[in-house]
Design a protein around this ligand. Structure first.
Ligand SMILES: Cc1ncc(COP(=O)(O)O)c(C=O)c1O
Length: 401
């Protein structure tokens, strides 16, 4: 009898975490490595948020809290949804977890039956298919290529729906492409979903605040109120508030779903850190001005990276509207030979070559379900990005054939 459960064999460790760790290890071993794998802002958590955490410790907010969030944080989240998204949730429709990832995990574990289908537009955030698989579901991957600006169209969605479809996962702005769905694009998808009342929608709005060039954010439960009763609107403080290590994510949805998710959490991690919850209250209720300041830096870096990559023979890079990633195609490098004589057969080979030849750590498109591409996170200094793009250019120019 195998020691490890069969369900573990269905999934793989997070490839983005693996790349980040590999870059860290190489650096520790003395290699000159530029890590472009990590999905976290390089900016520090704002001081007012840190102060709120320190005050919580001093106040003695160091005990268990209600499993799925303190009253204060749930009230702050209700306020945020009302203010920013025009979504009206009561506190019993709010859940708080140790990161956005746990919100998704709880939702799928609480609802997915063996064989249920979960529609995942690709390229996708690496964890969606694996969480679905771990919960006994079947990810149904829908290709959304670069010429559709990496977005799912109504006809793509319609074609993927079967009687077994339980969930659709939407993510805008997207990790890994930075693509942003407009309200009109979401409405077109919503029109399909209205005709299929058995489908639930998980709207992953984690990158909501990271938008450039005046692009507006939209979320499906607000765009089509008919879907409110079967949508889980998920968000968190990790990205916009530079709080990846604090581990606070949240969701708003129908009370029975929220209650079921709390049941899962009550038998796994219990409440998220009491101190992080107090900090998240300050993040949501406190001054928001730093977000625009960060976004201006992100926009400058995006523009530089896109311009530099589009000068590289073999690469083609869209300019995304949001998040802090670009997802260039490396189709022009496939089939070429490295100076060591190895053929670049796919994007896995391409990113391995970038790391070995030039010490640039990016993530292969195969991890996100759409090849041949690679993901670069530009949530790092402009100097490092300029250096990385110069190295990528040199690596591509050294390819033969
Ligand atoms: C699209 C998306 N959703 C959810 C998450 C999870 O965020 P957290 O770190 O809060 O668990 C991430 C993190 O990378 C993400 O990129």
């Amino acid at each position: 009898m195998s020691f490890l459960a069969e369900r573990l064999g269905r999934i793989k460790p997070s490839p983005t975490i693996a790349v980040t760790q590999k870059a860290r290890d190489l650096k520790a071993a003395g290699r000159d490595v530029i890590g472009l794998g990590a999905g976290e802002p390089d900016f520090d958590t704002p001081d007012n948020i840190k102060e709120a955490a320190i005050a919580a410790i001093k106040r003695g907010d160091t005990k268990y809290t209600a499993v799925d969030g303190t009253d204060a944080l749930k009230a702050a989240i209700c306020g945020k949804f009302r203010r920013e998204n025009k979504l009206d949730y009561k506190p019993d429709q709010i859940t708080v977890s140790s990161g956005g990832k746990q919100v998704i995990f709880n939702a799928l574990l609480a609802t997915v039956q063996e064989g249920d289908e979960v529609i995942v537009p690709a390229p996708y955030w690496v964890s969606y298919p694996d969480i679905a698989l771990l919960c006994g579901g079947k990810p149904v991957v829908v290709n959304c290529p670069q010429n559709n600006r990496f977005k799912m169209r109504a006809e793509d969605l319609e074609a993927a729906i079967t009687p077994k479809t339980k969930w659709l996962i939407l993510n805008s702005p997207s990790n890994p492409t930075g693509a942003v769905y407009s309200a009109a694009e979401l409405k077109a998808l919503a029109d399909v979903l209205v005709r299929h009342p058995q489908i639930w929608i998980l709207s992953d709005d984690m990158y909501e605040h990271l938008l450039y060039d005046g692009v507006k954010f939209a979320t499906i439960a607000a765009v089509e109120p008919k879907l409110y009763e079967r949508t889980l609107t998920m968000n968190g403080v990790s990205k916009a508030y530079c709080m990846t290590g604090w581990r606070i994510g949240y969701g708003g949805g129908p009370a029975p779903l929220i209650k079921a998710m709390a049941k899962v959490q009550s038998q796994s991690t219990t409440n998220p850190s009491s101190i992080s919850q107090a900090a998240a209250v300050e993040a949501l209720n406190g001054p928001q001005g730093f977000i625009a300041v960060h976004n201006e830096k992100f926009r400058e870096r995006r523009d530089m990276v896109v311009a530099m990559l589009n000068q590289v023979r073999g690469l083609a890079c869209d300019k995304p509207d949001g998040a802090f990633y670009v997802y260039p195609s490396c189709a022009g490098a496939i089939g070429k030979k490295t100076p060591q004589g190895k053929t670049i057969a796919n994007d896995d080979d391409f990113v391995t070559y970038l790391l070995e030849a030039e010490g640039v750590a990016a993530v292969q498109g195969s991890a996100f379900g759409l090849s041949p591409h690679f993901r670069i996170s530009y949530a790092t200094s402009s100097e490092a990005l300029r250096d990385a793009c110069t190295r990528i250019k040199r690596a591509c120019e050294a390819l033969k054939g």
